[in-house]
Design a binder for this molecule. Structure first.
Ligand code: ADP
Ligand code: MG
Length: 671
């Protein structure tokens, strides 16, 4: 230290001789090195700042601590290194120091290069002569951190930071009187503590506050139970808000509840959002329902349209078939010599019978378009070749008769390969195929060819329907399946292909359209095959010969009674006719029968009622119902409980014979 003092005094001397000068220079260096060494040993950081606030020099260790390079800091403003929250304070401190106020500790946060923050305690010395401020700093970050960890929590301060409103109240009976509120309470309600002090919490209630909810809160308070609910509360300015509020009893050391702490938040926005969501949801559901209705309407409209088209064809065929019936019967009635020639008469009668049978089949076609409301989901095993044949028959009037009447020819060519059955709705699929064929017919105003191919493609049954018609341009191909899209003006509904699409989708199938303008259109439908091991029961397996039977026939149509009895007797059975079902019922109590055949709609008593009365008395009596409603009843599943078999009028004698043997051979019910 002595040396240092000596050196220091020498440094201040005025000896300027070269020898002295070089010695004093080295002394100054030694002195500086020593000072640096001591400062480093002290672990302190130091720097000098000019009166403008710029750093003149800074110790290396401080730079390193802050992660800066010396050259990035020196000549720059010290203020830049100070944390933004502490800058104001530092500027005030700095001014004080410049005016020579006594040195005071200053605790500041400085910014590191990586933007982290360190705490320093700064001491400074002002040198007014050289306009410099010397700063000595110690890093107190660790102490600060330890301090913040060990700080005693301040619940009140913490509660004031909550977004929610909090109040503590004294519990007296079922009333709560406010003792404390946090800042959140003030913010949410607009009331200051002085305004609510000692008031019941119900000062927050108003007209829209549900009184039942208030009762439930009061009851929970009385029972000293926790309770939370949603309730409408009022602010000081009388505006209301939805709130979620909880009341929690505070138990003291004596096990008593004298206070409740309540927390509430404003959930108006959440409520509004939920409400809006609920409304949205409801309108979506309504839209969905409306869409379902529209879909039903669309299908129904297209079905009626198709039915109309079919009906015109059927009326035409039916008239054609009636003509020979009328003609030959007139011949038979009008020319008695025909009757005496039994071969000729038999020939005419056979023709009448053939035509009548065909007419019955034609009427049956209408039935294929009949579908009950709830039949949407009804599926059966369907053979594609049969489905295609039925469809061709249904549409024959259009591609054959109508085309011929226009003087054009539409040829149909088929390549139908065997394939496993599909599970589906026959009426729907026939409608889909019909729509495609009818579009084909429309596309060939000058005639042409419709080709139908069906084959197995992996596990898919593939049906291709091509026409050599006008084809579709790209835009039409894109839009053709959309409901109501048509290029046919008022002649089209624009629903045909959209209905086809819906039907194929319901069958979990796929549809593809390929069309070339001027060349034609090919529509490919793929339907999943149904693999089954079920054995097919052929109807003829029932048709074993049976003994002579005693048959009761009940029908209000005398002609039918007659013809059926004649037939039965020709088969060796005994037949007794009843035009009145009451008489039939009386007779069955008196005379033995093996079988009853009855009509359904009869004046005085229905066939259903007759069957029921017979089965009550004779549970094992086989009953066949022969009715004009047979087909529709079968379709709708409306088969009377006491009837063993349902036959549609007109039934051929062969069918009647098969049915009788089937009914007579069926296993008897165990009583
Ligand atoms: P519509 O037959 O009532 O017009 P569709 O839905 O059956 O309604 O058909 C929509 C449109 O698709 C038709 O108007 C027609 O332009 C086009 N289209 C459908 N099938 C064919 C086809 N085989 N050839 C040419 N165009 C067709
Ligand atoms: Mg169409």
């Amino acid at each position: 230290m002595k040396n240092q003092n000596t050196a220091s005094s020498e440094n201040c001397s005025t000896d300027h001789s070269p020898a002295r000068s070089s010695r004093s220079k080295s002394n100054i260096q030694i002195l500086q090195t020593e000072q640096n060494a001591f400062l480093q040993l002290s672990g302190a950081f130091f720097c000098s700042i000019d009166f403008e606030g710029n750093i003149l020099s800074i110790s290396q260790n401080w730079c390193e601590r802050l992660g800066h390079k010396k050259e990035d800091i020196e000549k720059h403003s010290f203020l830049k290194q100070v944390h933004s929250d502490d800058r104001d304070r530092w500027q005030k401190e700095f001014q004080k120091r410049l005016t020579g106020n006594p040195t005071k500790n200053c605790i500041l946060r400085l910014l590191c290069h990586d933007q982290s923050v360190l705490w320093f305690n700064l001491k400074s010395l002002t040198d007014p002569k050289s306009h410099l401020l010397y700063i000595l700093a110690t890093d107190i970050t660790q102490e600060k951190q330890a301090q913040s960890l060990s700080t005693k929590p301040d619940p009140q301060l913490a509660l004031d930071h909550l977004r929610e409103g909090v109040f503590i109240s004294s519990a007296q009976g079922n009333l709560l009187h406010i003792l404390y509120i946090n800042s959140g309470f003030d913010r949410l309600t607009g009331y200051s503590f002085n305004e609510v002090k000692g008031q019941p919490y119900t000062l927050l209630a108003g007209d829209k506050t549900d009184s039942e909810t208030l009762d439930r809160i009061a009851s929970a308070i009385q029972k000293k139970e926790h309770f939370s609910t949603e309730v409408c509360l009022y602010r000081k300015d009388h505006s209301s808000f939805w709130s979620h509020i909880s009341f929690t009893p505070v138990w003291n050391a004596q096990g008593q509840v004298s206070q409740f702490i309540s927390v509430f938040e404003d959930i108006s926005e959440r409520k509004l959002t939920i409400e809006a969501l609920r409304e949205n949801n409801q309108s979506l559901n309504e839209a969905l329902e409306a869409l379902k209705e529209i879909k039903k309407d669309v299908i129904q409209r297209e079905r009626l349209h198709a039915l109309g088209q079919m009906a015109s064809g059927i009326a035409h065929d039916f008239n054609n078939l009636l003509a020979p019936i009328l003609g030959f019967s007139e011949l038979l009635i009008g020319t008695p010599q025909c009757l005496s020639n039994s071969d000729k008469a038999l020939n005419y009668l056979n023709k009448i019978k053939d035509s009548a049978q065909n007419a019955a089949a034609v009427v049956g076609r209408l039935r294929e378009f009949y579908r009950a409301e709830n039949e949407d989901e009804k599926t059966t095993l369907l053979e594609l070749p049969q489905l295609i044949e039925d469809t061709l028959r249904l549409t024959e009037y259009h591609w054959h008769n109508q085309a011929e009447a226009r003087g054009v020819t539409i040829r149909i060519s088929k390549d139908i390969q065997p394939s496993p059955p599909i599970l589906g709705n026959g009426a729907d699929l026939k409608q889909a195929l019909s729509n495609i064929i009818l579009n084909g017919v429309d596309a060939m105003p000058d005639g042409g060819e419709i080709t139908i191919r069906s084959f197995l493609n992996g596990s898919w049954n593939c049906i291709e329907i091509s026409d050599s018609g006008v084809g579709m341009i790209e835009k039409t191909q894109e839009l053709c399946m959309e409901p109501f899209f048509t290029t046919k003006g008022t002649a089209g509904t624009g629903l045909g292909l959209s209905v086809v699409f819906g039907i194929i989708q319901r069958h979990k199938g796929r549809i593809e359209i390929n069309s070339t303008p001027g060349k034609g259109t090919k529509i490919t439908i793929n339907l999943p095959s149904h693999q089954t091991n079920e054995e097919k029961i052929s109807p003829s397996s029932f048709a074993s010969e049976i003994d002579s039977l005693r048959v009761m026939i009940v029908d209000d149509e005398v002609l039918l009674l007659e013809v059926v009895s004649e037939y039965l007797m020709s088969q060796g059975h005994q037949a007794k006719q009843f035009a009145d079902p009451h008489k039939a019922l009386e007779d069955i109590y008196k005379n033995p029968y093996d079988l009853v055949i009855t009509d359904r709609a009869m004046p005085g008593m229905t066939g259903d009622h007759l069957a029921k009365s017979i089965k009550e008395y004779l549970p094992e009596m086989p009953i066949i119902m022969l009715t004009g409603f047979g087909d529709i009843m079968k379709q709708t599943g409306d088969i009377p409980r006491n009837v063993d078999y349902l036959l549609s009028k007109p039934a051929s004698f062969q069918l009647l014979k098969d049915t009788i043997s089937k009914v007579m051979n069926q296993p008897k019910a165990v009583p």
